[in-house]
Design a protein around this ligand. Sequence first.
Ligand SMILES: *[C@@H]1O[C@H](CO)[C@](O)(C2O[C@H](CO)[C@@H](O)[C@H](O)[C@H]2NC(C)=O)[C@H](O)[C@H]1NC(C)=O
Ligand SMILES: *[C@@H]1O[C@H](CO)[C@@H](O)[C@H](O)[C@H]1NC(C)=O
Length: 431
Amino acid sequence: MAARVVVTGLGALSPLEAGVQKSWTSLLAGKSGITPISQLPDAASYTAHCPATCGVGKVSNFSPEEYGGLFSTQDLRRMSLFTQYATVAAREALEDAGLLHDRYYDKEKFGCVIGSGIASISDTFDTVGGFIQGKKVSPLFVPKILNNMAAGNLSIKFGLQGVTHCVSTACATGNNSIGDAYNFIRLGYSDSCLAGASEASVHPLALAGFLRAKSITTAGISRPFDSLRDGFVLAEGAGILVLENLEYAQRRGARIYAEIVGYGVTSDAYHITSPLEGGDGARRAMQMALGDHDPRSVGYVNAHATSTILGDRAEARAIRDVFNARNNRESDICVSSNKGAIGHLLGAAGAMEAIFTIKSLYHDTIPHTLNLNTVGGAKGDDETDFQGLNFVRDKPIARKMEYALNNSFGFGGVNSAILFKKWDEVEQVTK
Ligand SMILES: *[C@@H]1O[C@H](CO)[C@](O)(C2O[C@H](CO)[C@@H](O)[C@H](O)[C@H]2NC(C)=O)[C@H](O)[C@H]1NC(C)=O
Ligand SMILES: *[C@@H]1O[C@H](CO)[C@@H](O)[C@H](O)[C@H]1NC(C)=O
């Protein structure tokens, strides 16, 4: 029989704050992690290519020296920024799970599944610049730009000798990392696994590229599901979870946040950046994650909703379909997106928002969508597209929930969804 899989540790470096607890508190307080590019220390390198009204969700004031010996001087020279972010989040997750020292775990059964959407764009940019001027290419150039080097570096740093894997499925990367790690544990390849993603994507070249792809808002405000939504805000950070085989976690007396009970992933097979209008691929991913679970037992959907016109609408339609929400009736399903507050962390979005989804379940509290004033009403929205869903806005709400579903979609037509179940000690003991 497949093993049951639980979440026992969380670590995050978000545009709001360093650390899961601080990020969660800021999210509930309605704070924004978005900064106008004109206020960045290197503003000119952005405004030379992008409208000054653009905003970004930068991991600000990141100083690796602060992390008490986590990085040697050599590490800092040799690790690219997305790997440094991942290292900070991974240490927090391991410490949170009570697994920081390798004497506490079986190294050969500890896996590391860490993805990235675009890895180290700054190293590529800097190297190309120097190359054109005739400078020598650094021997570290190739290892630094590989997407799987965060997984490689974390394995070395923490002695994780089990499965190593790197997912790169654009903005679904974080979800797919968690989903793959879940399956590795279910199938017995690993007892424990670091799972998540990291992105150091706030760079003038990336911003200019996303602007040309017409994905980014030039207003600098992320407004998921709102009538004024007109694109996402580029952001970065790292979210990492510790997943464990349930029996293994119970034997060592671990604190359990939630159980992962379903995972779905599908392709639209339609267009590289636009979703299917009706959200059909997303609907199938959610249904796959739900499996035999009753949609009515799900209290909350942490939406992917990035604040684009087409994406938010297609997702709302898909959620309505899956949860059978009817017009003119407020259904029980609560929906919110964290992207109003943190922007779009690309590959790391899924992992970061998974952490917020787990915190929602654990604390019976649903964070609101920042900057959501008028639900729907953007160009092409139909009156019924958003009806029947309980969009959480203005402030967080208290809600007892058994299950929460998290959606993540990415360029290339990827859709993924994970179903989390609240961990209930009493229920487990009496079963
Ligand atoms: C997949 O990722 C998305 C975010 O992209 C989630 O909302 C949750 O979804 C958001 C974005 O849709 C993502 O950032 C979070 O990391 C996700 N949270 C978790 C716990 O994964 C969505 O909830 C994710 N889906 C699943 C099933 O986890
Ligand atoms: C991290 O990876 C780089 C290559 O990108 C390598 O040079 C370095 O030694 C690694 N450091 C650790 C601690 O794994």
